[in-house]
Design a protein. Structure first.
Length: 302
């Protein structure tokens, strides 16, 4: 099949610092097909590499699905993630957000108003709401945003954030959890987010960590690289670079797991090792492994 690359894909420099100095870290990553977004492309038709920026250390896809296609997909079709929670909305993630909400409350003492960009099912905002924060969210998925309104009575708008979403409103805290890795023009989003922050306000990021041992252990088969939805892969150096470009100072940084208990994450490491052995001996052919202890939380202060 001959693909019209320009219709679907964008090739760009480093999304964080715009540099075109890069080297290939992993060639021709295996991706999930993007059928739901109307992109009928096999991996062979659209080889995409993970590049490493030689200036800021950021990792990114050499070829990313265009924003207008992926935005349609988030609005109308919903993220791949929601397929898995539709049938069992009360999964572990609801528990995990309690811990995250505690951390945010501790690190942002004295704050009252919260904006979550990409508020998903509303689990985190609900926890913050219960702690007394005045919470607002934006979420492009109709399914997830409706769920968060109906189930938790949250103030969530179904759209992608623009400067007009909350006219004349500023927030003490802006949260992006499982968001920055999805956005190809991350500088544009950060400019908008920064404008919504009060002076001294804090921006809270949870995302995958390319410096984590698990990511390095899995290499090209890290689950995080497996979805077309993920275009940008951060580490401490590249998130600091992004913060600095938007007049934010790194205020807090910790390595963490994406979700699940300590025991579950340890189990995943063991299982990954087992899967690698099976791959090595040709018993199975796993295209990807999983995720364990491979995220970080970074807080930037305006
Ligand atoms: Zn860069």
């Amino acid at each position: 099949m001959k693909i019209d690359y320009d219709k679907y894909f964008l090739q760009q420099g480093c999304p964080v610092c715009n540099s075109s100095n890069n080297k290939i870290l992993y060639k021709n990553i295996i991706h999930t097909c993007h059928e739901k977004a109307g992109v009928q492309i096999s991996n062979a038709d659209a080889p995409s590499d993970v590049l490493i920026c030689e200036d800021c250390g950021h990792h990114y896809l050499s070829m990313t699905v265009k924003d207008e296609i992926i935005n349609y997909y988030y609005n109308a079709v919903n993220s791949e993630y929601y397929d898995t929670v539709k049938d069992k909305p009360f999964d572990r993630r609801a528990e995990d957000t309690k811990k995250f909400a505690n951390l945010i409350a501790n690190e942002c003492r004295g704050s009252k108003t919260v904006l979550e960009i990409g508020s998903g099912m509303g689990y985190l905002l609900n926890q913050l709401n219960l702690k007394g924060f005045d919470c607002y969210g934006v979420e492009p998925s109709k399914f997830a945003s409706a769920y968060s309104r109906d189930m938790f009575g949250l103030n969530v708008i179904t759209e992608l954030l623009t400067p007009a979403t909350f006219p004349n409103k500023k927030f003490d805290i802006v949260i992006m959890s499982d968001v920055v890795e999805h956005v190809s023009n991350i500088n544009a989003l950060f400019s908008i987010a920064q404008e919504y922050l009060v002076d001294g306000g804090k921006i809270v990021i949870l995302t995958g960590n390319t410096d984590s041992l698990y990511a390095k252990f899995c290499g090209r088969k890290w689950l995080y690289y497996f979805s077309w939805e993920h275009v940008s892969f951060f580490n401490k150096k590249s998130i600091q670079h992004l913060f600095k470009a938007h007049s934010l100072k790194l205020d807090f940084f910790t390595k963490t797991q994406h979700s699940g208990t300590l025991a579950k994450n340890l189990f995943i490491i063991g299982y990954t090792f087992f899967s690698m052995l099976r791959n090595f001996f040709g018993i199975r052919k796993e295209n990807y492994y999983y995720m364990a202890f491979d995220h970080f939380i970074a807080i930037g202060k305006k």
